[in-house]
Design a protein around this ligand. Structure first.
Ligand code: NCD
Ligand code: ZN
Length: 350
């Protein structure tokens, strides 16, 4: 039996409010616990998006009643909410900026809209960028100009990881996360309907995947970007992009450790220590995850707690199973059952 600290996932789409047929605060935190994750940070692209006081209270109310693990909620940066975002900062996980994807009210089309957020959002609070390729380069330049930390979400390309490495060498305050699906899958993924291979950032080439593995020391965090959409939606017209990931991250990483692609220390650094520091998260006393490191089994959507009903890793053989999770002295998950009660999770910003 292996004992780990509770993992932190800084990138989770909870889907509540607005799309609870995909997931909600209850099912997402059950999925988290089953995956050995005891803290999730929730993205703001819900319906409505979380971008002001009333929408923040709306989602935090639901979390207070339903969450079974600890959580924080990001605020979305919009074209005209820089003052309100700055004033709400202490109650949030941080600010999420969508810099180059179409995204309703949270879309920041041009760089003049970035400036007020960089000027006003407290430097002590995390700023997370959804920015790919050259937009990511621009985000790093803003970090240098305004001398404030930025965290780049879901890095997937060789050109991205190499630029982040160079920026870090120059002393720019940039950190980054990589998702398991960008470490273990390529754009040549087969055996699924095309809709089920859709994710943003897109799955990349083997060369990109190899460059992520070759630059593990540049990767600060692993994050799932757990983005559940139902099977019906994924296999229907206009399939929305996104993969579930909370229940598969730890088994995939443990399997990589078994194959000597990763060390145990890498896992603890990137899933616990670094996200704890970057996102300034409180300690969770008497909290741990027990893993049967020799358990070999197949990943199956049928065994998952997420409401979405599928996984891109269906049928993958993995080694390492979460057998028990203890959160603040209470057994939260054991032998495949979630025992933590709805509402027992705490807001990391108290
Ligand atoms: C995300 C979602 O479904 O909310 N999808 C994804 O493919 N990552 C949207 C996003 O994070 O851009
Ligand atoms: Zn996301």
């Amino acid at each position: 039996m292996l004992k780990l600290p509770g993992l932190i996932d800084p990138h989770v789409h909870v889907r509540e409010p607005g799309q609870t047929h995909k997931e909600d605060w209850d099912t997402v935190t059950q999925a988290a616990l089953a995956g050995g994750v005891t803290t999730i940070l929730a993205m703001p692209n819900t319906i409505p998006p979380i971008f002001d006081h009333s929408t923040l209270e709306l989602t935090l109310d639901a979390a207070r009643q339903k969450a079974r693990c600890d959580y924080g909620q990001y605020l979305g940066a919009g074209p005209s909410n820089a003052d309100i975002a700055a004033s709400l900062a202490p109650k949030t996980a941080g600010l999420k900026m969508y810099l180059d994807s179409t995204f309703g009210e949270l879309r920041l089309d041009d760089m003049t809209l970035w400036t007020p957020h960089f000027q006003k959002f407290p430097k002590s609070m995390p700023m997370v960028m959804h920015s790919e390729s050259r937009t990511m380069a621009a985000a790093i330049l803003f970090s240098a100009i305004y001398d404030r930390p930025v965290h780049i979400a879901h890095v997937s390309l060789k050109e991205e990881i190499l630029l982040i490495k160079a920026a870090k060498e120059k002393g720019i305050k940039v950190t980054c996360e990589v998702c398991p699906h960008h470490l273990f899958l390529t754009k040549d993924l087969t055996g699924f309907t095309p809709g089920r291979t859709e994710v943003r950032p897109r799955l990349a080439t083997q060369e990109d995947v190899d460059s992520l593995w070759a630059n593990l020391d540049v990767i600060d965090c692993f994050a799932t970007d757990h983005a559940p959409h139902t099977l019906e939606e994924k296999d229907g017209e206009n399939p929305p992009p996104g993969f579930p990931g909370l229940e598969t991250m730890l088994p995939l990483l443990l399997t990589a450790i078994d194959l000597r692609r990763l060390t145990f220390d890498d896992l603890i650094q990137k899933c616990v220590i670094n996200p704890g520091k970057i996102f300034d998260l409180p300690e969770q006393p008497e909290t741990w995850v027990e893993v049967d490191e020799n358990a070999v089994y197949e990943i199956k959507a049928a065994h998952q707690f997420t409401r979405c009903g599928w996984t891109p890793f269906e049928g993958w053989k993995v080694k390492g199973k979460v057998t028990k999770v203890v959160l603040r002295g209470e057994t939260a998950f054991e032998d495949g059952k979630v025992l933590a009660e709805a509402g027992s999770g705490r807001n990391v910003r108290g």
